[in-house]
Design a protein around this ligand. Structure first.
Ligand code: ADP
Ligand code: MG
Length: 703
């Protein structure tokens, strides 16, 4: 079947009822270019024309209502901008007011008195009286009056389209015209038969008919389920094929041996037994590095879950096989912390670790670069300074990136060029991404998860406090400092209100200072407007314990490790998103002591804020929090998803439809495992569909 010959590829203006002008608008406003695009422009809801509310039963707690009645009165009232058309609708049980603020001249003319209308709209109350403003009005036809099952599709539209008659209903008419001339064979099945049977999916052509013109709710549900599955399944097949292709093309170093360095460290110097999750991740890395392909793995693990030791063991594996390794962190401080920590762990082992950051200059820098090129340095730790072309390894086999979201894909790619065959890449992040999202967004990365905390960690106690309790909070901090602990006080800094936020920070600093006067107490202040060296000094004083309190903006969010800090006070908590709150909270609870997170807010809170605070108080689990965050904000706001294009879904929703997504993913994996090139006869329809569609969409964006 030649797709080009199908009428579905016809330009939209050729459809009955469209023409050049409307065609232009449909392209511009809704990106509907072809018949096929219109077919995939799904209704966002349906009106059940059989469900009629009695006016007597309508109350303010209702949302949308549908009434059958006559207009018994209409009049234009008010002056100028308050001018509006008010009509009275009457059924056999009472009367209801209808209001139009715009277009009332047209409405006045077109709405007739004393004939039956079907009226639909959102109920609101005005001066104590219930009304519907800008209702949808339909002259009641025999069919509806006869009480037949009748679900009417409602399409979203725009003001410009409405002005040309393409209202929600107008679009429905076009769709009807299209479906009337479309033979079922034009819409070919694209899912293998055993899959449609397994999941009891409606045939494709039926689904496209029923999604637009269902007979009843069951039709809607079945059509939606089929089309959601199709959308997610096709997307997964595409992502997985891209990945397969990359794996087939990419060469990777083979780490054959687990050698002396790894074993010696593991048996002699490992300070604690690994958790089950850490072992599992190491096994996954081990498998990747034996496969002869370049590893591209994302390691997700909540703050404090122990990613560093996994990184170190992975680097030892590389060294055992004759390679060098590097660890890149987003800031100077984090690099130093890693350097210090890893050097200490490797004390007693014959390995050379070096630190390279932007501030290491002159002779010291030259020396490092020379030793690196000569292969004398085994592990190089540093900031993005490592990416500079002058940083040349003798033979790098493993590159690890900590705190992934600060580095882009392009930077990752620069690491690939550091050897003739690209080194294996391990990207570590403490920003948990919901499983569903990771499945879709990180198409080109394999994902490992550390979902288990090291033993003996005391869960952080999180409480919610308000202004009235501020003095108590300060006293609590005093108690903790007396016990030898340290505390953070963090203020929001939002771009839009930066100036006010800085004022609040300064006021907060003064306030804290009043409670904690020198010389008994010392305070570090850290924010983005300070010169870098002042900021570093302040951070450093807190890390060494010279200051007991750190007042800061969210610049401390990433990675800073001060195990002695046991209190995190977050000011104006209501202004932070859930993931950010969780990241901030992760700055404490890193030592053996009980730690606390105190969420300060004003007295009046919106529902969303209340919900966020409730979640924070209830759980320490980053994955639960990230799921909740996605539920509250929608996936579009989660880091890195917006640009990926993966969320341009027409009908499926990765939050609501995660069960379908998981099934689609598993099915796609199973099929490609058996038949990577989709050559088997039972996959022919799928293969043809993908080939037809390839030219149409830019799927290569997703990687
Ligand atoms: P993150 O995943 O946030 O980078 P780290 O690697 O910094 O976490 O580990 C946090 C702390 O937990 C460190 O002090 C580390 O030594 C400790 N740790 C890591 N793994 C274990 C383990 N299996 N048992 C006990 N402590 C561990
Ligand atoms: Mg870390």
């Amino acid at each position: 079947m030649n797709y080009v010959a199908s009428i579905l590829s016809n330009p939209i203006e050729y459809l009955k009822g469209v023409g050049p002008q409307k065609g232009e608008l449909l392209r511009k406003e809704l990106a509907i270019h072809t018949f096929a695009d219109l077919l995939s422009y799904f209704p966002f809801r349906y009106v059940d024309r059989t469900k009629i509310d009695k006016i007597r039963d309508i109350h303010g707690g209702m949302d949308f209502v549908q009434v059958r009645g006559r207009i018994v009165h209409k009049e234009v009232i008010g002056e100028n901008r308050a001018k509006r058309l008010v009509a009275t609708l009457r059924d056999e049980t009472g009367e209801l007011e209808l209001v139009w603020f715009q277009g009332h001249q047209w409405v006045q003319k077109s709405i007739r008195e004393n004939v039956n209308y079907l009226v639909y709209g959102r109920i609101s109350s005005f001066n104590g009286a219930l009304q519907i403003s800008h209702p949808e009005m339909d002259l009641l036809t025999e069919e509806i009056a006869g009480g037949k099952q009748f679900l009417e599709p409602v399409y979203s539209t725009t003001e410009k389209l409405k002005a040309r008659g393409l209202t929600a209903k107008g679009i429905g008419k076009l769709t009807k015209n299209l479906l009337e001339q479309l033979a079922p064979t034009e819409i070919q099945e694209n899912i293998p038969a055993d899959v449609t049977a397994q999941f009891k999916l409606m045939p494709r052509h039926l689904a496209y008919f029923k999604i637009h013109f269902p007979a009843n709710d069951d039709d809607v549900r079945a059509a939606q389920r089929r089309l959601k599955f199709e959308e997610l399944f096709i997307a997964q097949i595409r992502i997985l094929r891209l990945k397969l292709r990359r794996q087939q093309q990419s060469q990777g170093f083979i780490f054959k041996n687990v050698g002396d360095h790894f074993n010696n460290f593991y048996n002699t110097f490992l300070p604690f037994p690994l958790t089950g999750a850490q072992k599992r991740v190491l096994k996954e890395i081990r498998q990747d590095t034996q496969a002869g392909k370049q590893m591209n793995r994302l390691l997700q693990g909540d703050v404090g879950s122990g990613k560093t030791i996994v990184a170190l063991l992975t680097m030892l594996l590389a060294i055992d096989n004759g390679f060098q390794a590097c660890l890149m962190a987003p800031t100077e401080i984090l690099s130093q912390q890693h350097y210090k920590g890893i050097s200490e762990l490797l004390e007693g082992m014959p390995l050379k670790v070096a630190l390279l950051t932007g501030s290491i200059k002159g002779k010291a820098r030259k020396k490092i670069l020379a030793e690196l090129a000569a292969g004398e340095i085994h592990i190089l730790i540093g900031t993005h300074a490592l990416l500079e072309p002058e940083v040349v390894f003798q033979h790098i086999g493993m590159a690890i990136i900590d705190e992934q979201h600060r580095f882009g894909v392009a930077q990752r790619a620069r690491l690939w060029q550091k050897n003739n065959t690209p080194p294996h890449i391990l990207v570590m992040t403490a920003t948990p991404i919901p499983r569903t999202l990771a499945m879709t967004v990180y198409g080109d990365l394999d994902v490992s998860v550390i979902d288990e905390m090291p033993p003996g960690r005391k869960p952080i106690t999180t409480v919610h406090r308000n202004e009235v309790q501020r003095a108590q909070v300060m006293d609590f901090i005093k108690d903790e400092i007396r016990k030898g602990r340290q505390a953070y006080v963090v203020y929001p800094l939002i771009e839009d209100s930066e100036k006010m936020d800085y004022e609040n920070l300064m006021r907060g600093y003064e306030e804290v200072k009043a409670f904690f006067p020198e010389p008994k107490y010392y305070i570090s202040m850290v924010h983005g407007k300070q010169p870098a060296d002042v900021r570093e000094t302040n951070m450093h004083r807190f890390i060494t314990g010279d200051t007991q309190i750190m007042v800061a903006t969210t610049v401390i969010e990433v990675g800073v490790n001060v195990p002695n800090a046991s209190v995190m006070v977050i000011e104006s908590t209501e202004r932070f998103g859930l993931s950010q709150l969780h990241q901030l909270r992760g700055r404490v609870g890193r030592g053996a002591e009980q730690s606390y997170c105190i969420l300060m807010t004003g007295n009046k809170l919106g529902n969303d804020s209340k919900e966020r605070i409730k979640v924070m108080v209830q759980t320490n689990d980053g994955f639960i929090i990230s799921e909740k965050d996605m539920e509250l904000r929608g996936p579009g706001d989660i880091e890195g998803t917006r640009q990926s294009g993966i969320l341009d879904l027409r009908i499926a929703d990765i939050v609501e439809d995660k069960v379908i997504l998981a099934a689609a993913r598993e099915t796609a994996e199973r099929i490609l495992e058996k038949d990577p090139a989709l050559e088997l006869p039972q996959h022919r329809n799928l293969h043809e569909f993908l080939t037809r569609q390839r030219s149409k969409s830019n799927w290569s964006k997703i990687s």
